[in-house]
Design a protein around this ligand. Sequence first.
Ligand code: SF4
Ligand code: SF4
Length: 315
Amino acid sequence: MIRTDGNNIKNDIREALLASGAAAIGFARAEQVEADVIEGYNRWIRNGNHAGMDYLERHARLKPDPSNVLENVSTVISMAFSYTPAQRRNPELPAIACYAYGEDYHDVLRKRIMPIVECLKKDLGGEWRICIDSAPLSERYWAIKCGIGTRGRNGSVIVDNFGSYIFLVEVLTTLRIAPDEPRKDICMDCGACIKACPQGALMADGTVDARKCINYLTIEHRGEWEGENSRTMHTEAAKNSLFGCDICQEVCPHNRNIPPTNIPEFQPKEELLSLTAEQAIKMSREEFSKIFKGSPVKRAKFEGFRRNALNLAKD
Ligand code: SF4
Ligand code: SF4
């Protein structure tokens, strides 16, 4: 039951949603996305920076208007969840991106948010929709608009006191709720992320060229790397990646001295923390299914994981 005195529905909704474990929550009017943002996104797509992620091209037409996601939507609620692990893999082992240490965030966060949203709907009425990478929405745009963070030069959203190791979720509702103010920009423009990227994938406008990015090439890219992709995956950092890359986040001052996530499901399993290159190279399909059951690593599928593992051993 959501208790509300009718005067402060916004605080009641915020309090209710915070119980899901969110680090930050903000509200924005569900208006059309600003024209220059859409133009920037379309230009990014036109220049081929989305690499093989064709769904981004298909979604481009729908992204400007959140009512394509929920009819008669009035408010976008953006939520950030920290996944900062309490423990990291030994840096001498091949890299696995921290977001993949725990259980798959899509399932974890839906399970945590759904019962709260069902209560909100029952008590306050209106239509509601939870989006966890499941709808054509510009999630970073809405996070910034809702005032939960600002955009870093590494393309990530940075949340005060929690850094950029965060998952973003949007909850859309037809209820009209007063918007929050966007935050003051906290990216210090120090350029550490751009300097540290071993692939030259970070562009001057704060966007990422996925064709060069280790995250894309080890997680989203399907099939073998050929031609330019194959050459790109020959840097030392690329040959050290088993799944993803955190380099441009690791160096960001906003990710220093931040607390670990309060969500137990995002804590690493021992077998993932200790997985060696040799074990990864020898791993069978059955072992892959067992070790990574319910893990984001399954996104690469066995074939992608094996391709990454074999790259660790290349000269
Ligand atoms: S994730 Fe890695 S490769 Fe991609 S932009 Fe950041 S540092 Fe560069
Ligand atoms: S490393 Fe510096 S420039 Fe890059 S996102 Fe962090 S504060 Fe901004």
